[in-house]
Design a binder for this molecule. Structure first.
Ligand code: M6R
Length: 608
């Protein structure tokens, strides 16, 4: 997730200071590098560098650029490390076209090869740079600037929100979107575009929402919208937004956490877009390992638990999870050159995780990483890493980054199974198809469940304690549901493998003790029903997360939340975790807490 902005102002006004202040409002979307481009008197001016906006501004003065037309970008690196040359805007060979982008271009490698074959010179390692070069070629063929952009967009696969300017059409900005957000602000003799409304809210409250696969041509007095595929024009009136800047940053939601929960379909789609080459590389290293340890803290360790089940089920590989702060005590003496440590950390900066990685490295282990922050310490310590592409997560509670980690680990398990030949190629294809459907299931679930979960939160909000039970892969989901409720609502809670619950936990159960069962319709269901009966017999209140219309479970439960039918059981933790995120969120709000900033916690725990 990055932030993009563009403005075309009245001739006397300078774009650069407006772009700079707009980027400040978008910095929550990414903050590893920043850049601006403006047009003035037939020249393209570009300033960009690595660092936070304030750091870059103090070294290059982002306000000091001429021209009333310009674009800007604040970056959250996906392809290419956070460096000066990878910062946006990116330009064509002749430095006449500048473009900013939020999203991921999947086929950039083949397009780059094709363009280099035609003599184009690339200056960065980004996926984005193919676009100004493609536009350059179409423009040379004699097409208009807007048609050149449209044609270029038809060549790229993946997600994008882009804005482009050209010295050959200096009174125009072209912007477009597919699967990445983009809104247009309609002013008086001035128009704006941005990833998010707060960027232009001080200038205008009149907003035009671009739909999927639409582009817009911005002039000072006019905005024209087109469908990218057909090139047909679409008419749409702007609407007035009454949001404050803070409300707008949260996408109109009361908290970042709720916004981030809602972003999961897109975050998962972006997680799926990670390049196969890194999965193959990791799978090759894992397949040769004598000993595989998954290393993480908190929520990330729950994603690792799911991975151990999948590595075994699909690739017949044994692995263990180590909580980073215990790693050296637990495994220190058995780590050697044959050990592969797969570290999972959203921030890539958790001190316990980094310290364990350094110790493992000293003992000769190979380090692999999964992280959401490119350029983080984890990306520097790992031999191979995969970026989550979830975009920044502001709320302390991990939500979209957890489900994305599980999805990436699932894809890695499939790659490992392929490498080891433990499943047939038709099974691999069908697993990849099932995994590819997960963002759709999550979208469907989010559309239908929130009100019901809110009612359940209201009913159970004052219970002193909860227990979460699951079987198989969903033991991890139970642990994650518990962690969310603990950290957000400060409710003492337990989580167990349902089978293990009779070896101790059951002593706690009495009349109306709430037990939440993660209960997909899988091979383990009949045994889980046995556990439900054990709890029911002792008077527990049963809340079940079930498949849609699972009457067998729903007649046993006091309350239930439905999850869409048809999810491959191997990928249920991704979808079944989401009602638990929402439940914890609503209980927290109803108990008067701030779910974005739970007490005593930090987003990134940088002390051991
Ligand atoms: O950045 P990391 O993934 O390494 O963070 C690990 C934990 O601190 C983190 O998952 C924490 O448990 C979450 N904030 C819980 O929601």
């Amino acid at each position: 997730m990055c932030g993009i902005f563009g403005c075309i102002l009245d001739g006397g006004d300078r774009a650069a200071p407006i772009i700079h202040s707009a980027l400040n409002q978008l910095e929550y979307r990414g903050y590893d590098s920043v850049g601006e481009a403006t047009i003035h008197s037939g020249h393209l001016y570009v300033k960009k560098d690595v660092g936070k906006i304030s750091e870059v501004h103090s070294s290059v003065n982002l306000d000091d650029m001429p021209g009333s037309v310009g674009i800007g970008h604040t970056r959250w690196a996906t392809h290419g490390a956070p460096t000066q040359k990878n910062a946006h805007p990116h330009t064509d060979c002749q430095e006449k076209i500048a473009l900013v982008h939020n999203g991921i271009i999947q086929n950039f490698a083949e397009l780059r090869k094709e363009l280099e074959g035609r003599g184009h010179l690339f200056k960065s390692n980004t996926d984005t740079e193919v676009m100004p070069h493609l536009i350059e070629d179409y423009f040379k063929e004699g097409l208009s600037f807007s048609e050149s952009v449209r044609r270029a967009l038809l060549r790229v696969k993946g997600s994008y929100a882009i804005a482009a300017i050209s010295v050959d059409d200096p009174n125009t900005i072209i912007c477009a979107r597919k699967e990445s957000p983009l809104v247009i602000g309609v002013g008086k003799s001035a128009n704006y575009l941005a990833s998010d409304i707060p960027a232009f809210l001080p200038m205008t409250k009149m907003v035009l929402f671009l739909e999927e696969e639409e582009m817009a041509v911005l002039k000072r007095d006019e905005v024209t919208i087109f469908n990218i595929g057909s090139g047909d024009q679409t008419k749409r009136d702007p609407m007035r937004i009454e949001w404050t800047v803070e409300m707008a940053q949260k996408g109109g939601k009361p908290h970042f956490m709720l916004k981030e929960i809602a972003e999961q379909p897109l975050a998962l789609q972006n997680a799926l877009r990670g390049e196969l080459i890194y999965y193959n590389l990791m799978a090759t290293i894992l397949a040769k390992a004598r000993n595989i340890i998954l290393l993480a803290c908190g929520t990330s360790s729950h994603a690792c638990i799911v991975a151990t089940y999948l590595f075994s089920k699909l690739a017949h590989v044994n692995s263990s999870v180590s909580i980073a702060s215990e790693f050296m005590e637990q495994f220190g003496n058995s780590v050697d050159e044959g050990t592969v440590v797969l570290a999972v950390s959203q921030s890539g900066e958790t001190a316990d995780t980094l310290s364990a990685i350094r110790s493992a490295k000293d003992k000769g282990a190979t380090i692999l990483g999964i992280t959401n922050v490119m350029g983080s310490s984890l990306t520097r310590l790992a031999s191979v890493y995969i970026g989550q592409n979830s975009g920044p997560e502001i709320a302390v509670a991990a939500t979209k980054t957890f489900t994305s980690q599980v999805l990436i680990l699932s894809k890695l398990a499939i790659a490992l199974a392929e490498k080891r030949g433990t499943i047939r190629s038709d099974e691999i294809d069908s697993l990849m198809t099932d995994l590819g459907r997960i963002p759709w299931y999550v979208k469907k679930e989010l559309e239908s469940n929130d009100e019901k979960i809110k009612r359940l939160a209201a009913k159970y909000r004052d219970r002193f304690s909860f227990c979460f039970l699951g079987r198989g892969l969903n033991v991890a989901t139970a642990l994650e549901g518990r962690l969310k409720l603990l950290e957000l609502a400060y409710t003492p809670s337990l989580a167990y493998s349902a089978g293990e619950s009779k070896h101790g936990f059951i002593a706690l159960v009495n009349e109306n003790y709430p037990v939440i069962f993660i209960a997909p319709n899988d091979d383990l269901k009949s045994r889980l029903i046995g556990n439900i009966m054990e709890m029911k017999a002792r008077g527990a209140d049963i809340i079940a997360i079930t498949e849609e219309k699972d009457k067998e479970l729903q007649t046993l439960a006091d309350d239930w939340i439905e999850v869409p039918k048809g999810i491959n059981p191997l990928f249920t933790p991704i979808v079944y975790a989401i009602p638990l995120q929402l439940f914890a969120y609503h209980v927290s709000v109803m108990r008067g807490h701030d779910p974005d900033r739970p007490r005593n916690l930090a987003k990134s725990v940088t002390v051991e």
